[in-house]
Ligand binder design. Structure first.
Ligand code: AMP
Ligand code: ZN
Length: 458
């Protein structure tokens, strides 16, 4: 089936055809790395990871080039550095690594390119220079501004009228602006702030400009897919389009625009400024990364998603069922050439993950009842569905005995259970009880039954 995506620019679902199926390009705006990611921030990373997996499956693993930047210079980073006294580079390096670790725990594949804004300043300066030359930008009082009246297509993505745009951008109507809607491409540094040389003095690039320059350098002039959160449509993506189109003689920035909806808690958008956030690294202390991923994918990426404990419980139950089926088939070799067609068809239809989960549940049911020759195909289908969704990446046995958290490893526990058995056989009951209590202190509970001793984590 052809891929179909809802394109924000076209306002409708359309068949997707890349310009070159041998090099399919996608870009997602990445995080500003000055603090921990909350689970709302993880939603675009996970949703567009499903997209990345689908494109790789469709066009070939080596044919898809996915870039997601890290914004490592910004007012918020400078403010964090001033507040804590920590060097701004130390802050951004630390939180960049935390972001990589958090997303990896959610089975988000590494992207092909992870450009750092500060590694592309010369590209940004060059892009601004071209925009000035072509009459789309002007320098004023150490700033460089983009002149929105010089671009007819301005507002095309967000379909806002001019007054809405001026209000929505909340841009300071500074005296050096020719038009109140003009936005900054380069801004001067205050004394002591990080700064780079430019023809307009020491300063740093504007956020929108960073993405345009990195896309141009890493991916090219017109990319196949540009993705991000709905809050980025205006002004961020509108401004990226203005800059890139004008620098490229009118060539579009992206053929398709995808935007994810917000994650909310108690009907309010999860956001740092409201303070109603659940941090990914904290959630991971209590929940497996796959449970968080399941919960994030349970709603369609364009729809809002309300984050609740009940959602997490349901997600864990669904995964427990799937891993129970896999554990049942642990000695079965999966059949070759069998694919999860229903799940894939759902994803090909605008990444319809709720529909994919319904198909997935049917595969789990089939794997739980399969017998004889059906078992190999049932296991293959379930694993293929898991690969497409980025789930079932764990060993089924380890899923239930949890080998990755705190506490002793499974082998160590098994060895202690054997030692306890030996102690009991030698009638050293004090030693046997000591081993049991010792494991209990470490959160491992032993259960003696007719078939021997089994264990679980408390
Ligand atoms: P911020 O830290 O607010 O700049 O957000 C970083 C990224 O996370 C952006 O792509 C946002 O679109 C996205 N994002 C922030 N909050 C949410 C949320 N509550 N739900 C979904 N995406 C979000
Ligand atoms: Zn961007």
């Amino acid at each position: 089936m052809p891929l179909r995506f809802t394109d924000t620019m076209a306002r409708e679902k359309r068949e997707f055809t890349p310009a070159d199926p041998k090099r399919v390009t996608m870009y997602a705006c990445g995080p500003t790395v000055y603090s921990y990611a909350h689970i709302g921030n993880a939603r675009p990373a996970v949703a567009f990871d499903v997209l990345f997996r689908l494109l790789r499956r469709t066009y070939g693993e080596g044919a898809v080039v996915y870039a997601r930047n890290l914004t490592d210079i910004d007012d918020k980073i400078i403010a964090a550095s001033k507040e804590t006294g920590e060097d701004w580079r130390a802050i951004t390096e630390r939180f960049a690594q935390i972001y990589r670790d958090d997303t990896a725990a959610l089975n988000v594949l590494p992207v092909t390119h992870e450009p750092l804004a500060t590694a592309h300043i010369p590209d940004m300066v060059a892009l601004i220079g071209r925009l000035i030359e072509s009459g789309h930008a002007y320098a004023a009082e150490g700033h460089v501004l983009f002149s929105v009246t010089a671009f007819d297509g301005y507002g095309g993505l967000s379909r806002r009228n001019r007054d809405d745009m001026i209000a929505g951008a909340r841009v300071e109507v500074a005296p050096y602006k020719k038009d109140p809607a003009d936005f900054v491409l380069w801004k001067p540094a205050k004394p002591g702030e990080p700064a780079w040389d430019s023809p307009w003095g020491q300063g740093r690039p504007g956020w929108h400009l960073e993405c345009s320059a990195m896309i141009e350098t890493v991916l090219g002039e017109t990319i196949d897919i540009h993705a991000g959160g709905q809050d980025l449509i205006f002004p961020h993506h509108e401004n990226e389009i203005a800059q890139s189109c004008c620098a490229h003689g009118g060539a579009p920035l992206a053929r398709v625009w995808l935007h994810n909806g917000f994650l909310s808690m108690d009907a309010e958008k999860m956001s740092k400024s409201l303070g109603n956030v659940k941090l990914v690294h904290e959630l991971l202390e209590h929940w497996d990364g796959e449970v968080l991923r399941w919960a994030l994918l349970s709603a369609h990426y364009r729809q809002p998603l309300d984050w609740t404990d009940a959602l997490l419980e349901q997600s864990r139950t669904a995964l427990d069922r799937a891993y129970t089926a896999l554990r049942r088939l642990k000695d079965v070799t999966p059949a070759g050439g069998v694919t999860a067609d229903g799940v894939i068809a759902a994803l090909e239809d605008d990444l319809n993950t709720p529909q994919a989960f319904a198909e997935f549940a049917a595969l789990v049911g089939a794997a739980n009842t399969a017998s004889g020759d059906e078992m190999a195909a049932a296991k293959a289908r379930l694993l293929d569905a898991g690969a497409a969704l980025g789930l079932l990446q764990r060993d089924a046995e380890a899923w239930f005995t949890g080998g990755d958290g705190d506490g002793p490893a499974a082998e160590e526990i098994e060895a202690l259970i054997q030692k306890r058995k030996d102690a009991r056989a030698a009638k050293d009951f004090a030693e046997a009880d000591r081993i049991r209590d010792d494991l209990a202190d470490k959160g491992v509970i032993l259960e003696d039954g007719p078939g021997g001793t089994s264990w679980k984590r408390a």
